[in-house]
Design a protein around this ligand. Structure first.
Ligand code: GDP
Ligand code: GDP
Length: 436
């Protein structure tokens, strides 16, 4: 279970520069494999062997010039609610601005770790200028240059030092599937959960301010046993009504990270939009199983829009990871909810699917022989052997003479074939080409 670190601060102080520095090394590895970078504002970082998730809250607000103070305030409040630690970035070039003071005021009340980072301290003179930031009343600060990286080592030492220990939830501890229900506000998440598990089990109490780590509740419904992760995030929605991408993502991160399968609810009357996509890629990036429920299907005129058309439109948005179950449901009318549960359980099983090496080779090698990687600069790639790795989520390696000559289109081809031959519906998979 990862800690979540939120980077807050007003526009142009250097949040995204610093964020990119934090996630750089890992992302480079991850993305060379998947070939796609979807969410530039969320990533994983690691320091001294401790992994954590990072969110650049500023990245979710576009048009940073006409941004309102109220906007930043909400952002910070949500970060305080949802993150395990907060990095507050200020800019030594600008000095303390009224908005910095506002944010500092909010952060002074927080019991979670808050690290004050004075950015753009590129030279010795600016080291002195940084002293004024003691006036924010947040104590010690870290003077860094996000651009050159100077000072970031000490900052990260301190960060991993103050991050709370997180409980490790493993399959040995609990073999049941862990589901989370995610989606934008008003998609119907609480209605779905209520319909599934009953109102009585979903009593709303005001738990604001209490820790909501590891809120897993075990259920046995309609013959399925499962854990539902982090329903608290949904219960507490009263606090945030706005329909901003930032909220959806921030509210979903922990639930997604703590689950095996994400049930992504979308509102049929609105379609698959930016927020839905962000949440989808959050799940994909975390290699979680995914089921998409198109909710409120009762409201859609069936003459104008068939499920098939609708489904096709969504799948276009999911490219290249389109092998995802899409169901049309109505939480209100309790239509196809048990089916949704059944499919989520299937995805959970698919994610655990392990293919014996001999069977995998017998299936994939003939396909490769018929459709070898295209020759590049007169060189021929020969794939000799392949196997599934013994990893928690499905990963496959293909051994060949010239792995660097295998390009993305061929990787996609292999992935598609693999998905045709074996059932990995709803499950992100990784494919590597390695030198034998
Ligand atoms: P954000 O809006 O807070 O995410 O800020 P950005 O990361 O987009 O940075 C705003 C501007 O400050 C950009 O022009 C950056 O190149 C610049 N910047 C970021 N970090 C540093 C730094 O450490 N030193 C200097 N001199 N400029 C920086
Ligand atoms: P949440 O914010 O995602 O938890 O969404 P809610 O479960 O609170 O639902 C938001 C609104 O949509 C409520 O007024 C629900 O009654 C309504 N709603 C939820 N599911 C359906 C559905 O399947 N059909 C219709 N017509 N309305 C629904």
């Amino acid at each position: 279970m990862n800690n979540i670190v939120a980077i807050v601060g007003r526009p142009n102080v250097g949040k995204s520069t610093f964020f990119n520095r934090l996630i750089q090394r890992r992302e480079a590895i991850v993305d060379s494999v998947s070939g796609v970078t979807r969410d530039r504002n969320y990533g994983k970082s690691e320091w001294n062997g401790k992994e954590f998730s990072v969110i650049d809250t500023g990245g979710y607000i576009k048009g940073s010039d006409d941004i309102f103070e109220a906007e930043i305030r909400k952002q910070v409040e949500l970060a305080i609610d949802e993150a395990d630690a907060i990095i507050f970035v200020v800019d030594v070039e600008e000095g303390i601005t009224p908005m910095d003071d506002e944010v500092a005021k909010l952060l002074r009340k927080v019991t979670k770790p808050v690290l004050l980072v004075v950015n753009k301290v590129d030279n010795a003179m600016r080291t002195n200028d940084a002293l004024e930031f003691y006036n924010l009343g947040l104590g010690e600060y870290f003077a860094i240059s996000g651009m050159t990286g100077s000072g970031t080592g000490e900052l990260l030492d301190e960060l991993v030092n103050v991050l709370p220990e997180m409980p490790e939830v493993t399959e040995e501890v609990d073999p049941l599937p862990r589901f989370c229900v995610v989606g934008r506000p008003n998609a119907g998440k609480s209605s779905f959960i209520n319909a599934l598990i009953g109102e009585d089990r979903f009593v709303v109490t005001d738990i604001a301010g209490t820790t909501r780590d590891a809120i897993d509740t075990k259920y046995n419904r309609f013959g399925f046993e499962f854990n539902l992760v982090d329903t608290a995030g949904i219960r507490r929605k009263a606090k945030v009504k706005e329909d901003l991408e930032f909220y959806s993502v921030m509210r979903s991160v922990r639930a997604i990270e703590n689950s095996d399968v994400c049930i992504l609810m979308i509102d049929a009357t609105r379609g698959f939009e930016g927020q839905d996509q962000s949440i989808f890629w959050l799940a994909e990036k975390n290699r979680k199983g995914i089921v998409i429920l198109v909710n409120k299907w009762d409201l859609v005129e069936k003459d104008t829009m068939s499920t098939r058309d609708y489904e096709r439109k969504i799948r276009e948005e999911l490219q290249p990871f389109t092998d995802v179950p899409i169901l049309f449901v109505s939480a209100l009318n309790k239509q196809r909810l048990i089916k949704a549960l059944e499919v989520a359980v299937n995805v959970f099983e698919n994610r655990k699917h392990r293919i014996p090496t001999s069977k995998f080779n017998d299936t994939m090698l003939p396909i490769i022989e018929h459709n070898p990687p295209p020759a590049l600069k007169g060189k021929y790639v020969k794939i000799k052997y392949c196997m599934q790795l013994p990893t928690p989520t499905p990963q496959f390696v293909f051994f060949c003479n010239l792995p660097q000559y295998v390009k993305d289109p061929y990787k996609r081809f292999i992935e598609n074939k693999l998905r045709e031959e074996f059932n990995f519906e709803g499950v992100p998979i990784e494919i590597y080409f390695r030198q034998k």
